[in-house]
Design a binder for this molecule. Sequence first.
Ligand code: ZN
Length: 109
Amino acid sequence: MLILECPYCGVKAEETELHAGGEAHLKRFGPGSSDSEFHDYLFMRENPKGVHFDRWRHINGCGKWFHAARCTMTLEVFGTYSAQTFEPPQDIRDAISAKRPDWTWREFK
Ligand SMILES: [Zn+2]
């Protein structure tokens, strides 16, 4: 069972108390973008075997959206953080690098 700590209210919640919101840090494309950019925004996702960043909503708690850094193979959680960020905070990246020295995810290391 995946257990995530909500960064807003501090509650450690099982995934059944949360709502998954898909991949984090997507760059959104809308009107005025090229067909290729819009296609990639709609359909292309990382889906890695390993470190991944995704969005969650504390649906049975404070109701806020947050991001989680976790491993898709082991369900190890490296940390959770505010959804109002464009990239993972440095302390989260450091926590991942300490355990997975060779990880990369998009432009993040
Ligand atoms: Zn919460």
